[in-house]
Ligand binder design. Structure first.
Ligand code: URA
Length: 418
């Protein structure tokens, strides 16, 4: 078999066989296919798509490109994943809640991809927090305290690790076959037998419209079934950033404050309760979704979720004094207000625009080896639907580059109508 023929076949809109897909994944993982050849094939898949059979074969080849974790010693593990968004700090808030309700949490999260942030980068904002943990310690952590949140360091779905980073650098993130296979391969390899997926939809998500979000959900649910992993997809809105903060340190601070029981934004509450109650139902911890929603909110109120988060951070080597006092997080050099020049109602705060501007400030990666700036981003005071008066502070820009800050201040980030 020859990679050039495989690239040419997909370039010419052909259907790849299971053998061709297996060959590509194995040889790319082993380093026998170069990044530029893989980039050509990925671009051809992006442009010409894949049918359901090809997507399933790609997913399974990626899932079995490395080790497949056996979490059976932990009991019923229900995993959660998001297709990505702007301001998405849901894992950091929801997983300690789930662990505090007695469901083991063994979760691997990705790094920032394109204009969306990544949970692993956000967790690393906490000084000392180690996201690189070996398999034995990962499972031991879950046995000991009920939760471990790490990144893809184990040899799980290594093909996805390479492809994910590659896609980020060649503008090939928004593709149903590539997203479905990326997510489901990781989920299959990471051992959970029940999976809840947050399929984000809107300008700040990879799926821009409902039809695509439904199609991605349908395919992932089907792959889950074939792989005997019960999978539920929940479509959530990503037209404006989730919550009020965007940027690594800033989002972690917002997540911590929510876990402490302070001011949960309505959109975050909706996602947390919808995903969380579905996870509880799949784990048979509740009889219905309403009971699940109550339990989720109760464990924030009674402090159990926060306590679990402190345990998690401490167990992963993080400095909990930052959690106890979020003022300790490093700040950007410049923090400037965005001031309303008009009176009326906010009709748009575009998630994609905010995601790309955060990236421009340094919060995301352009190349896979780029270092990210943890301190930069946005903290909003107003969101869509809020009334504003001239002179109101709509939010703050956190920047380390004064020129970029001034450029962004010139833009009309908020659309306000009378
Ligand atoms: N999340 C993933 O894990 N993979 C994607 O391709 C997109 C979002």
């Amino acid at each position: 078999m020859n990679i050039l023929n495989i690239i040419a076949k997909k370039r010419d809109k052909g259907e790849l066989t299971k053998e061709e897909i297996d060959f590509f994944i194995k040889e790319y993982t082993d380093g026998n296919i170069t990044d530029y050849q893989a980039a050509a094939l990925v671009m051809a898949i992006y442009i010409n798509g894949m049918n359901e059979r090809e997507i399933t074969d790609l997913t399974l080849a990626m899932a079995y490109s490395g080790d497949v974790l056996d979490l059976s010693s932990l009991g019923e593990v229900v995993d959660k994943h998001s297709t990505g968004g702007v301001g998405d700090k849901i894992t950091i808030i929801l997983m300690p809640i789930i662990a505090s309700l007695g469901i083991p949490v063994a979760k691997m999260s990705g790094r920032g991809l394109g204009f969306t942030g990544g949970t692993a980068d956000k967790l690393e904002s906490i000084p000392g927090y180690n996201v690189n943990v070996n398999e034995k310690d990962f499972i031991e952590n879950v046995k000991k305290i009920g939760i471990s949140l790490i990144t893809q360091t184990l040899n799980l779905a290594p093909a996805d690790k390479k492809l994910y980073a590659l896609r980020d650098t060649i503008s090939c993130t928004e593709s149903i076959p590539l997203i479905a296979s990326s997510i489901m391969s990781k989920k299959i390899a990471s051992g959970a037998n029940k999976i809840v997926i947050d399929v984000t939809c809107g300008s700040g998500a990879f799926m821009k419209n409902m039809d695509d979000a439904k199609e991605l959900s349908r395919i992932m649910t089907k792959i889950g079934k074939l792989a005997k992993r019960e999978t539920v997809c929940i479509i959530t809105d990503m037209n404006q950033p989730l919550g009020y903060a965007v940027g690594n340190n800033l989002e972690v601070i917002e997540a911590i404050e929510i876990l402490k029981g302070n001011n949960m934004p309505e959109d975050i509450k909706e996602v947390i309760t919808n995903l969380g109650s579905t996870m509880l139902l799949l784990a048979k911890k509740v009889k219905n979704l309403d009971e699940g929603k109550e339990k989720i909110l109760e464990n924030i109120k009674n402090g159990k979720a926060y306590k679990k988060f402190l345990e998690l951070v401490s167990n992963q080597g993080g400095d909990i004094s930052y959690i106890e006092d979020t003022e300790k997080f490093e700040k950007a050099k410049y923090i400037k207000p965005i001031v309303a020049k008009k009176e009326g109602k906010v009709v748009k705060l575009d998630a994609y625009t905010i995601g790309t501007l955060s990236m421009y400030l340094g919060a995301g990666r352009v190349k896979k080896e780029d270092k990210i700036d943890k301190t930069v981003g946005f903290v909003f005071n107003k969101k869509v639907g809020d009334k504003v008066k001239i002179g109101d502070i709509l939010g703050y820009i956190h920047a380390n580059d004064e020129k970029k800050l001034d450029e962004i201040l010139e833009k009309e980030i908020f659309e306000i109508e009378k």
